[in-house]
Design a protein around this ligand. Sequence first.
Ligand code: HEC
Length: 98
Amino acid sequence: MILYRAALAAALVLVGAAPTMAQTGQAMAQTCYVCHGPGVKGAGQIVGLVGLPKDHLVRQMADFKADKRPGTIMNRIAKGYTDEQLALIAEYLAALKK
Ligand code: HEC
């Protein structure tokens, strides 16, 4: 019984940890590179994100999400994330070196 409980507790810890690991800023930011280019340095007409401060990124994403800033695609992308997730993504991107 004690072993069973220990196994159950371990399983619950693992289940609890999995989503957290998948939702690091680094993991969630991988999708941004597709359009914003390698190193998020920009690609074609799409602006680079590297070097932008976290506050700026958070504000832009919040404005896209609330449709306060018009865009072609970013509004839909921003709506796919919670505010907490957007903050994690912004924190990760803002820490990248140019
Ligand atoms: C499908 C292509 C695409 C993807 C994927 C994408 N972006 Fe964008 N991004 C754009 C385009 C295009 C713009 C210009 C605004 C618009 O037309 O929506 C833009 C603009 C922005 C801006 C405004 C920059 C500024 O300084 O004004 C930010 C911030 C941004 N994107 C962040 C992100 C983040 C963070 C991700 C990943 C979660 C991401 N983008 C993923 C295409 C994309």
